[in-house]
Design a protein around this ligand. Sequence first.
Ligand code: UDP
Ligand code: MG
Length: 278
Amino acid sequence: IVPCYNEEEVIKVFYKETKKVLNNISTYTFRFIFIDDGSGDRTLEYIKDLAKEDSEVKYLSFSRNFGKEAGMYAGLKHSTADYAVIMDADLQHPPELLPKMIEEIRNGHDCCAARRVKRRGNEPFRNLFSKAYYKISNKLTNVELVQGAVDYRIMTRQMVEAVIELSEVQRFSKGIFEWVGFDTKWISYKDVDRTIGKTKWSFFGLFKYGIGGITAFSVVPLQIVTVMGFLISLFAFFYIAITLVRTFIYGIEVPGYVTTLSAVLFLGGIIELSIGIL
Ligand code: UDP
Ligand code: MG
């Protein structure tokens, strides 16, 4: 299952390189499912070329760009094989790992997934952010994300069925793969630079995706809101009580502002508390 978005430069190279590896595995037959994620270049055209040459090349084409998550989901939905492999089209997921992955499945694991051991490139800021993200996410959510995990994995039919049963629109597959359980074997590989084409992810895009990953698997952010609302209301309550007493003793200092402040604080707290509960 290969999600592709504007990969005209690499798609045929990907097919050739992967095919080379697969040709050496005689115990299974393989089918490619390419998902053209609304590409604006000739990706779809090239996929169609491949499908003409090879009857085991199938493809889906989206009406617009829906993102890689949608591509992976559609691919899994349309797969019928005993095992499904998800991989990127840009050869950053080395096809040479496939025999090892298949071997692990044969050893009885439900899934074999790849993690890259060195973060790509010399982008200290991103690396730091990525490390921190995994730490925070693992603290806040009940799914344990593996540092360096990529969306390159082989799964049994059983696991695929479990994954596609979760049909949410805002998908965060890294979390879903963990959430469904199953016995996953992790194998490490040296990070490969993208030599053809360029990444589709901006820092901000990744950031939004990451926040989605946490909120999809954790109620902790909501609990924080609830507790904060409670604390603010409590503070407001005491503030009002103390001010009332002071007013009775010393009289009004500046007319109006205490009432306004109290109302804003108290209601603000109540509203936040309510949002948390909702
Ligand atoms: N991709 C996709 N839809 C998108 C963006 C990316 O299907 O909207 C595909 C892309 O063609 C590639 C894979 O997802 O096969 C990973 O994308 P990319 O290499 O840009 O991500 P990175 O490797 O930088 O994380
Ligand atoms: Mg890539």
